[in-house]
Design a protein around this ligand. Structure first.
Ligand SMILES: NC(=O)C1=CN([C@@H]2O[C@H](COP(=O)(O)OP(=O)(O)OC[C@H]3O[C@@H](n4cnc5c(N)ncnc54)[C@H](OP(=O)(O)O)[C@@H]3O)[C@@H](O)[C@H]2O)C=CC1
Ligand SMILES: CC(C)=CCC[C@@H](C)[C@H]1CC[C@H]2C3=C(CC[C@]12C)[C@@]1(C)CCC(=O)C[C@@H]1CC3
Length: 317
C-alpha cells in the first residue's frame, strides 16, 4: 500500500532559483502546499536562497534541491539518476531554465519597426530586434540549444519511466516565448550555428518538440504543453537593458500601444474582458503555434539521432 507521503505529487522545476521559475514555485505552493517541490538549479547557493524565500512564505512546505546544469549532458544524467533514487513518481516537470546570452538590440531594426505597421507586434515579441552571441559547450553543442532544448530533452528521456506510469498522467510544461519564430529556425541547422537569433530558434524548437512529444507519449500518459510568459522583468530581460532603462521605457511602450490601437480593429460583437474571475483564475488565452506536425516529427527524429550519438560518446569516454 502507498503511504500518504508517496501519494503526494512530485513537481520538478528547472531554473527555479530566480525570475519566472521562482515565481512559479511560489504560485504552485500557494495552490497546493502538499506537493514535493524540487528546485533544479545549477548554483546551489542561489538554490538555497530561493528555498529559504519560499519557506518564508510557505513554512513547512516540502522543498528539495537538485543540482543540475541543463547545458551539460553529464550533469543532466547525474541529476536524473539522483532523482530516480529520491522519488518513485514525477507528476509535473517544468522545463523552464533558459538563457539569452550576450543580447544586442538592433537599433536600425528598432527605428524601422517603430514606424511600420509591425510596431505593436515588434514590442510584443521583440521580433527581429534582438541578436545573441552563442558559444559551444564542453559537449560540443551550441550553448543556447543545449540549455534551452537538448539538456531538457535528455532529462525528460531519462525520467521517461517516471513520467509514463500506467496509473497516472504526467505533465511536461516548457517555458517558450513570443520570440519563438519559424524563420529563425532551420531543420538543417537546428542548433543555430549560423545565425544570430539562437534564442528565437531555440524557443521555436521547444514548440516543435512539445508537439512531437504529444504525438509520441500521450498514449503512455505523458502530456506536453508550452507556455509563453510574455515580457517579464527578470535577470534575462535585465541582461538586455538595465533596470532603470526598463522603468523609463515601459510607460513609453504603453503609450505606443495606445496610439497604435485602431478603433476599427475592435470587433463590435465581441466583449473584451479580463479572464480573471473569482471562480478560478484563467489569465491566458491559447494561441495557435506556427508549425506543422511533419516538421515537429522531423526535428524529434534529429534529436533522437543526436541523443544516440551522445550516449555512445558518453559510454566511450
Ligand atoms: N523574462 C521574460 O520576459 C521571458 C522569459 N521566458 C523564458 O522563461 C524562462 C525563465 O527565464 P527568466 O525567469 O526570465 O530568466 P532568469 O534569468 O531570471 O531565470 C533563468 C533561470 O534558468 C537558470 N538557468 C540558466 N541556465 C541554466 C543551466 N545551464 N542549468 C540550470 N539552470 C539554468 C538560471 O539559473 P542561474 O541563476 O544559475 O543563472 C535561472 O534560475 C526561460 O526559459 C526564458 O527563456 C520566456 C518569455 C519571456
Ligand atoms: C527604447 C528601446 C530601445 C526599446 C527596445 C525595447 C526592446 C528591448 C523590447 C521590446 C519587446 C521586448 C521583448 C523581449 C526583450 C526586450 C524587447 C525586445 C523578449 C524577447 C524577452 C525574452 C522573451 O522570451 C520574449 C520577450 C518579448 C518582448
Amino acid at each position: 500500500m502507498m503511504s500518504s507521503d508517496n501519494m503526494k505529487k512530485v513537481v520538478l522545476v528547472t531554473g527555479a532559483n530566480s525570475g519566472i521559475g521562482l515565481a512559479l514555485c511560489k504560485r504552485l505552493l500557494s495552490v497546493d502546499d502538499q506537493i514535493h517541490l524540487c528546485l533544479a538549479c545549477r548554483n546551489m547557493q542561489r538554490a538555497e536562497t530561493a528555498r529559504a524565500a519560499l519557506l518564508c512564505s510557505h513554512p513547512g512546505a516540502d522543498i528539495a534541491l537538485l543540482k543540475v546544469d541543463v547545458g551539460s549532458l553529464k550533469s543532466v544524467l547525474e541529476a536524473a539518476k539522483e532523482l530516480k533514487q529520491r522519488y518513485r513518481r514525477l507528476d509535473y516537470l517544468y522545463l523552464n531554465a533558459g538563457i539569452m546570452p550576450n543580447p544586442r538590440i538592433d537599433f536600425n531594426a528598432f527605428i524601422n519597426g517603430l514606424f511600420s505597421r509591425k510596431a505593436i507586434h515588434m514590442f510584443a515579441t521583440g521580433e527581429g530586434l534582438l541578436t545573441q552571441e552563442d558559444q559551444v559547450t564542453e559537449d560540443g553543442l551550441q550553448n543556447v540549444f543545449a540549455t534551452n532544448v537538448f539538456g531538457h530533452f535528455i532529462l525528460l528521456r531519462e525520467l521517461e519511466p517516471f513520467l509514463c506510469q500506467s496509473e497516472k498522467e504526467s505533465l511536461v510544461i516548457w517555458s517558450s516565448s513570443s520570440n519563438a519564430r519559424r524563420s529563425a529556425f532551420s531543420l538543417t541547422d537546428y542548433q543555430h550555428t549560423q545565425g544570430k537569433e539562437s534564442y528565437s530558434s531555440s524557443k521555436y524548437a521547444t514548440d516543435l518538440l512539445s508537439v512531437a512529444l504529444n504525438n509520441h507519449y500521450n498514449k503512455q500518459g505523458l502530456y506536453s504543453s508550452v507556455v509563453c510568459p510574455g515580457l517579464v522583468m527578470t535577470h534575462l530581460t535585465y541582461g538586455i537593458l538595465p533596470p532603470f532603462f526598463w522603468t523609463l521605457i515601459l510607460p513609453i511602450m504603453l503609450l505606443v500601444w495606445l496610439f497604435k490601437q485602431k478603433p476599427e480593429s475592435l470587433d463590435p460583437l465581441a466583449k473584451y474582458y479580463s479572464c480573471t474571475s473569482g471562480l478560478g483564475s484563467n489569465y491566458v488565452k491559447p494561441v495557435k503555434m506556427d508549425l506543422d506536425e511533419e516538421a515537429a516529427e522531423a526535428f524529434y527524429q534529429k534529436l533522437l539521432d543526436l541523443e544516440t550519438k551522445y550516449r555512445c560518446w558518453q559510454n566511450v569516454k
